[in-house]
Write a protein that binds this ligand. Sequence first.
Ligand code: 6R9
Length: 649
Amino acid sequence: MTDQTYPPAADIVKNAHIDIATYEKMYEASVSDPDTFWGDEARKRLDWIEPFTKVKDTNFTLGEVSIKWFEDGVLNVAHNCIDRHLATRGDQTAIIFEPDDPETPAQHITYNELHEKVSRMANVLLAQGVMRGDRVIIYLPMIPEAAYAMLACARIGAIHSVVFAGFSPDALANRINDCQAKVVITADTAPRGGKRTALKSNTDAALLHCSDKVRCLVVKHTGDQTTWIEDRDVDVKAMMEQVAPDCPVRPMNAEDPLFILYTSGSTGKPKGVVHSSGGYLLYASITQELTFDYHDGDVFWCGADVGWVTGHTYIIYGPLANGATTLMFEGVPTYPDASRFWQVIDKHKVNQFYTAPTAIRALMGAGTSFVEGHDLSSLKVLGTVGEPINPEAWNWYNDNIGKGKLPIVDTWWQTETGGHMITPLPGATPTKPGSATKPFFGVQPVVLEPTSGEEIHETKTEGVLAIKDSWPGQMRTVYGDHERFEKTYFSDYKGYYFAGDGCRRDEDGYYWITGRVDDVINVSGHRMGTAEVESALVAHSKVAEAAVVGYPHDVKGQGIYCYVTLMNGEEPSDDLKKELRNWVRTEIGPIASPDLIQWAPGLPKTRSGKIMRRILRKIAENDYGALGDTSTLADPSVVDDLIENRMNK
Ligand code: 6R9
């Protein structure tokens, strides 16, 4: 990592919402008196049906963890993202939809049109018997209907849970069942990078494992043929034409859940992260505006998928709460070729662009010829998210896309945090490639000594990253399992929210995220629990045991390395590797596809039978010098075998 510092350019400082003096003053105010700071922001940024009288009521004590913000306030999220803008910006574009195929015309959906579509979709849901608090699964590609569906739920007080369209039928079924969804909204097929995913047939397969009461709402997007089950399947677009174009918003309590989003942890099945209506929306609004220095009239493009939290907060809720024009892109960065991002920026005159280091690395590998010939002069701010950015990728982004002039905001945050936690602000923070820099307003990061859990007060230090006090965008609970919420985030380090990441803090107080300290790996910016991949592998009849770790991968950041012990009598072969890869893809989805599989006659275990993952990680990383103490192993010789047969990259 380089420690070179890039101060914001003078013209950026001049036009930005926040300069360095303002940042310091506001930061101090936000942590010394959160009630005043967040109370003022909540009144300024959101429309309240009933004003709140209390701002913050939060407790991080194990056994009593409770997070409430604006708890007696009443509002509606869809009203805040749509209706209140109609008087002043009804004809302004709310969503630009850029389809997968560049030959298909883009759509510009105004706030007036968004209002009508969302109301119609809400009426369709009501007609299906969806009531306040009911769960709705959204399994859709990146099409405007995904936005309509999310906002329609918000409008009537239903709780949505978006499932990434790359997940398998099994993963979808698990989520439908975990939150006992009443309805699944899907599409016939999803075009992406010129290929099509059969979402409806995936949904059919998933619903075989769910209650037969679950209704299936199908968006006919491509018109591809699908099976149709009368009395269960509903043609959403046809229904939307039949229902009324208006639907009143339902007043919701600030603490009513807005959505559930499943995310991987280090143990067990994915957790349903629950976000609130009031605090979450406030946090989405303030971070979208200030982190990206968004100004009225700008075109904002977050290149994530709505299946992830980044898409929730920075394609839908943040931009729309701020009355922005937000771009929704159905495709991938490399289709038809590696110039697609730059073409889209040129075509729609994008002002802020937000993507992941893995995408930057892939495009960097394709070469700069793909950037040439595209006018990128509309760009004002660049952002990254999802994993630490390596200096090579940072420099490439800075030189070729930012032309050495634009601020790059490297935003550290999580599904659990709702919005940015540690990030530069364009007009305020000098950046250092690879550092997420300084905390956002109201966020109090601390570095803890990993074993004692003591807070380290020296500025320059290293340890685990934790957060000292609540912020409005914080998750409220794990759906249906508050105990798991407390155990996962508040039990290892008492009194703090423990994020699962390690970090270093330099002499300037800048934070450098060093990666997960638990068994979560980060593959192409997607979070994956190694335990999930392991349980998929051992579900295969030929697999006796499996251990999965991450290893450094040039494009993906981390790749998935699997050690597999076969059942007695099973023969290892390349065909079997292929079979196991396909198996994991069907169990979880293509994003979990193993990169390397090594046959392991035995796994390194302690005498009590615990797999020593530290050793497996080191072998996968090709770092044999650092294996550490292997004397506690039940059978130290298995290590030699694993080293000898390590897969070559
Ligand atoms: C928003 C999102 C969260 C995990 C997080 C950390 C990693 C995210 C990062 C970063 C270094 C950044 N992460 N942003 N690491 N620098 N700027 O990605 O949410 O999918 O829940 O992942 O991603 O390890 O703990 P999520």
